[in-house]
Design a protein around this ligand. Structure first.
Ligand SMILES: Cc1cc2nc3c(=O)[nH]c(=O)nc-3n(C[C@H](O)[C@H](O)[C@H](O)COP(=O)(O)OP(=O)(O)OC[C@H]3O[C@@H](n4cnc5c(N)ncnc54)[C@H](O)[C@@H]3O)c2cc1C
Length: 598
């Protein structure tokens, strides 16, 4: 990052004047930053969190909020006693020496501790007891038990102004133009209404009534779910503890003393450059670099992804800040990111809707092919593994192929299930979906080898009859099968593609988060090139190198990692042995811009 200010000496001393003084300065308000801020405030530190956009929450606010926490409170309550050990073996086998063992050991040791800590201050989770880890074939994987879901949160507790500061969800992941949030389990129940079952009607009425009432006062429903609930709840707990948040505030430079210890930052805020002292340290939590085309082209595989579903603030500038004071990036390896295969459509307002394909690939009657018309992977693997297979086989874009019956039954991407045929027109005319009366014509429309695609569909239809996918084993992994159709026989993930018309949708690799980041130790301290801590500097969330490198052990390792290492950083900064940086008392103590308290 270019350093533009000229009025700050390379190394500021404690006798310099400060505009603001806090114990902990946190850059970023996603899972990592808010966890650090709330924990520090709860430990009695004064905290200022900076958010460079107008909204709080970053990509975490868009996310499902799932946290991967081995040995969690729900498992322990159920009598599981050895999950930390089992998970350690799983990570060792999956990650090996791609990332330092010290960091993943810290994750395992402190993850459940962080969740229990947050629970005590009111940030609560439900157990997603049936979610299967992403590598069930690796010893130590869990077939259910490590994933947690944030409990829904009543946004009204924040008060109107602060509620308006919470980043709204991705419109396509919520109902009524993004104004009504529902949990995944509720979506499944509500969908049964379309199948003619009235059982979910009371739920629909209850959610609808609350939403309608909210809309009289708020721009969107205040019953928040998933990642949105998580960040709003953390925000609420921060405000309760007198933590401060500045919006549209960006740290342009870290300030160090002669010994190289980070003692504050220069912050661009409200048209001024303010010098903020951070007596106990600075936490980098800017969300990595998914949203930066430059960083993507430097560190992500080719062809460089053009899109991401991550929030716009994760542009890598906090990584550059860390580097500017000696912090080292982790060694680039593998693909340096976590991935979704996404379809891309244009919204009415001209913006891009980037839609991650998480579950639909596991349904029966769907195959994914490349330009040669051939399959390249078991379609039902995790989204991360699917994109890795795309890159490994040079299959960008990949095409999902589906017939009319499966499209109607399961939907595809943004095309919801049970839509009358006429409603497909807008997707077909916009080029989001391609349709044709025969497989051969469909292949011609999307530029895929027609003979290859016909052979693939014929092979798929034989597999649908036998229930065995001899080529890639779709329908054998417990991971994929959890998202198949349990009513479908002989295999919940294998079905025929035979009912015309036939449809195709393009998938592109999109990073949902980045794994390459600043090197840290088990205390979340940023390390320099020699492996020594940069005193006073911490990193968490995607600003820290992932504890599992670019391996994706299970649902929620990024939000889980952010919460865990935010907590670890704050506890380390707050520990009694820390010698606070002396700050001169002659500095006028301007009042911080306080966020509204409910
Ligand atoms: C649709 C979707 C669903 C997902 N679901 C899950 C899931 O269920 N579980 C999971 O583990 N992962 C999930 N992920 C990935 C996960 O959401 C992110 O990797 C994670 O939330 C990143 O958290 P973070 O704290 O590092 O950053 P973020 O949540 O992105 O927050 C960083 C914040 O810092 C701000 N910032 C950046 N630079 C500065 C600066 N210089 N000064 C001040 N502020 C700055 C940004 O504007 C942003 O608000 C999902 C991703 C997507 C896109």
């Amino acid at each position: 990052m270019p350093i533009t200010d000229t009025d700050v000496s390379p190394h500021s001393t404690v006798t310099d004047r400060w505009d603001e003084q806090v114990d902990l300065l946190v850059l970023g308000t996603g899972a990592g930053g808010l966890s650090a801020a709330v924990t520090a405030a709860n430990e009695g530190l004064s905290v200022l969190a900076l958010e460079k956009t107008e909204f709080l929450g970053g990509t975490t606010a868009y996310s499902a909020g799932t946290c991967w926490i081995p040995n969690n409170r729900f498992q322990r309550a159920a009598g599981v006693t050895d999950d930390e050990r089992v998970a350690a073996g799983y990570l060792d086998r999956l990650v090996g020496d791609k990332a330092p063992r010290e960091v993943r050991e810290s994750y395992l040791r402190h993850g459940s501790e962080a969740i229990d800590y947050l629970d005590r201050i009111g940030v609560k989770f439900w157990h997603s007891a049936t979610v299967v880890d992403y590598h069930p074939e690796v010893e130590g994987a869990s077939l259910g038990g490590r994933a947690l879901e944030p409990q829904t949160f009543d946004g009204r507790l924040l008060g109107r102004e602060n509620f308006g500061r919470v980043r709204p969800p991705v419109p396509e992941f919520a109902l009524f133009g993004g104004t009504m949030m529902v949990r995944r389990a509720e979506v499944n129940r509500l969908l049964t209404l379309l199948q003619g079952s009235p059982k979910a009607a009371p739920l629909a009425v209850r959610l609808g009534a609350r939403w309608a009432k909210d809309r009289l006062t708020y721009r969107r429903g205040t019953r928040l779910a998933m990642g949105n609930a998580l960040v709003a709840n953390l925000f609420h707990r921060l405000v309760e503890r007198d933590g401060q948040v500045w919006f549209h505030a960006t740290a342009t430079r870290l300030v160090t003393d002669e010994a190289g210890q980070v003692i504050g930052a220069v912050v661009a805020y409200q048209g001024r450059e303010l010098r903020v002292a951070a007596r106990r340290g600075v936490v980098l939590a800017g969300g990595g670099f998914s949203a930066s085309p430059q960083w993507r082209s430097t560190f992500l595989p080719s062809p460089t992804p053009q899109y991401t579903r991550a929030a716009e603030g994760s542009t890598g500038d906090t990584l550059s800040l860390g580097q500017s004071v000696g912090g080292a990036l982790s060694d680039p390896q593998d693909d340096n990111a976590f991935w979704f295969p996404s379809s891309v459509a244009r919204r009415k307002d001209g913006s891009d809707a980037v839609f991650p394909h998480i579950w639909d690939r596991s349904k029966p009657g769907i195959v994914a092919v490349g330009a040669d018309g051939r399959r390249f992977v078991d379609e039902s693997v995790s989204y991360h593994r699917f994109v890795r297979a795309m890159y490994a086989t040079n299959t960008v874009p990949a095409w999902l192929i589906i017939d009319a019956r499966s499209l109607h039954r399961y939907g595809l991407g943004m095309v919801r299930p049970k839509l009358p045929r006429a409603y497909l027109r807008k997707y077909l005319t916009s080029g989001y979906l391609y349709g044709a009366p025969t497989i051969r014509e469909l292949a011609g429309k999307i530029g895929v080898d027609a003979d290859g695609l016909e052979r693939t569909v014929a092979a798929n239809n034989r597999s649908a009859t036998t229930g065995v996918d001899e080529e890639f084993g779709k329908g054998t992994s417990p991971f994929g099968l959890q998202y198949g159709d349990p009513r479908h026989t002989p295999n919940a993930s294998l079905g025929p593609i035979e009912a015309a018309p036939f449809y195709a949708m393009a998938l592109l690799p999109t990073p949902l988060g980045t794994s390459l980041g600043l090197r840290t130790n088990g205390d979340a301290q940023v390390l320099d090139g020699t492996g020594e801590p940069v005193a006073g500097l911490y990193a968490c969330g995607n600003d820290a190198a992932s504890m599992s490198a670019a391996e994706y052990p299970g649902a929620g390792c990024q939000v889980g990692g952010g919460l865990t290492f935010g907590y670890v950083a704050a506890r380390h900064a707050a520990r009694p042995t820390t010698v606070p940086v002396p700050v001169p008392t002659d500095v006028p103590n301007r009042t911080l811009i306080a966020v509204e308290k409910s």
